[in-house]
Ligand binder design. Structure first.
Ligand code: PLP
Length: 384
């Protein structure tokens, strides 16, 4: 088929763009699966983390990978966030285009094809970059020289997740070799204690946070001994941020998931079930003995499962469990006294909200039993 006659394939959205909101949640014009966001809960999550950071005396730089939405980023900034953290060049481009002027790209960016896309952001002085190696820093240095603007750089420290990051005692040697590269200013340290998800009790999560702060203090000592001036010490996720303050030497926190929360967050004591802002509205398409099958499989809910909650459960039927997912089918195991019919609508709670958001073009703001707004997921699938 020639390109002249190729049909235009538009994204298949739950709600036709021509339909004006508000509409009722049970309006048949709303197709499922549709990702719903309770706007009151979203708002209180925004405010609660902003208040927590103020009390702790640290700046708040939310990780935008959890929502990928300019409208939600604006809410965070209005509530006091200093800027955003992002994970990919594509996310950085989206939020820069949306007017965010302070971005930390917390990922080692390698290769000219990605680096050159950051040139305008570097030239505008909005971007801080992160590295745990000299090789990555060499690319940043070439970028800084090309853009004609220095790049502030944070050294990534491994505080126990063993994903990326150097041991604290290497901060001085790596930091000073990077600081000698043209166009780079080593201004601080960054860590992500993602291993807080691997422990099971609140005291253990607090201990991960204490260790995060302690190892960053060690890294700071080594960096300062080497003559580096450390002004940024960035740590703290949704799980560990509540245990960190300026008194620990932390200058900013970067929680992401808190904005909507998910069942992993509930399980790790970082939110309560009434702080879950997101749910996936689904429709029952088949029923069988003790089960109902709904129209969202692992291509929508993702295959993520956790010990405590499996693939998740419906908001209104907490005793039911999603026992199986195939690509477009979700199988809901029902308690004995519960029956659902074909056509019933069920709201599933997320196990891992960041991946849910990444798969949606737009999500729907809910107040009471109505959809009142469309929220664009501007950086959807911008993983490169
Ligand atoms: C580098 C970095 N910072 C911050 C976060 C935010 O963590 P959370 O979503 O648990 O708050 C993440 C999450 O993956 C991350 O990778």
């Amino acid at each position: 088929m020639s390109s002249a006659s190729a049909p235009t394939i538009r994204p298949a959205l739950p709600l036709d763009p021509a339909i004006d909101v508000p509409i009722a949640l049970d309006d048949p014009r709303l197709a499922t699966p549709a990702l719903l966001v309770d706007l009151d809960i979203l708002d209180s999550n925004v405010r609660r983390m902003a208040a927590l950071s103020r009390r702790a005396g640290v700046a708040l730089r939310p990780h935008a990978k959890s929502h990928k939405s300019l409208a939600i980023a604006d809410q965070q900034i209005e509530a006091g966030a200093v800027g955003l953290c992002v994970a990919t060049v594509g996310e950085a481009e989206t939020f820069f285009a949306g007017g965010i002027t302070d971005l930390t790209l917390a990922y080692p960016i390698f290769g000219e094809s990605k680096l050159r896309r950051l040139r305008d952001m570097v030239a505008a002085g909005v971007l801080t970059m992160v590295t745990d190696s000299y090789e990555i820093a060499e690319g940043y240095s070439r970028l800084a020289v090309d853009a004609g603007h220095d790049i502030p750089v944070l050294l990534e420290i491994d505080t126990g997740m063993h994903r990326v990051g150097i041991p604290p005692e290497h901060a001085g040697t790596l930091g000073s070799s990077i600081a000698a590269l043209p166009g780079l200013q080593v201004v601080g340290l960054l860590t992500h204690a993602g291993h807080a998800h691997d422990v099971h009790t609140q005291p253990e999560i607090a201990a991960v946070a204490r260790n995060e702060a302690r190892l960053l203090a060690d890294a700071r000592y080594h960096a300062e001994q080497a003559g580096l001036e450390i002004t940024v010490v960035s740590a703290g996720s949704t799980l560990t941020a509540p245990y960190l303050t300026a008194a620990d030497g932390i200058t900013e926190i970067r929680p992401g998931t808190y904005i909507l929360n998910d069942l992993r967050t509930v399980t790790c004591y970082a939110c309560t079930p009434d702080q879950l802002a997101a749910s996936m509205l689904t429709t029952v398409v088949s029923v069988g003995p003790g089960r109902a099958v709904f129209d969202a499989g692992n291509k929508t809910l993702t295959p993520t499962r956790i010990e405590q909650h499996g693939f998740g459960y419906p908001r209104e039927i907490p005793d039911a469990r999603v026992s199986r997912l195939s690509e477009e089918h979700g199988v809901l195991q029902l308690p004995d006294d519960e029956h659902l019919c074909v056509g019933d609508r069920v709201r599933m709670l997320p196990i891992h909200i960041c991946v849910w958001m990444d798969l949606q073009h737009e999500v729907y703001g809910v107040a009471g039993s109505q959809i009142v707004s469309r929220i664009s997921v501007d950086a959807m699938r911008r993983s490169i």
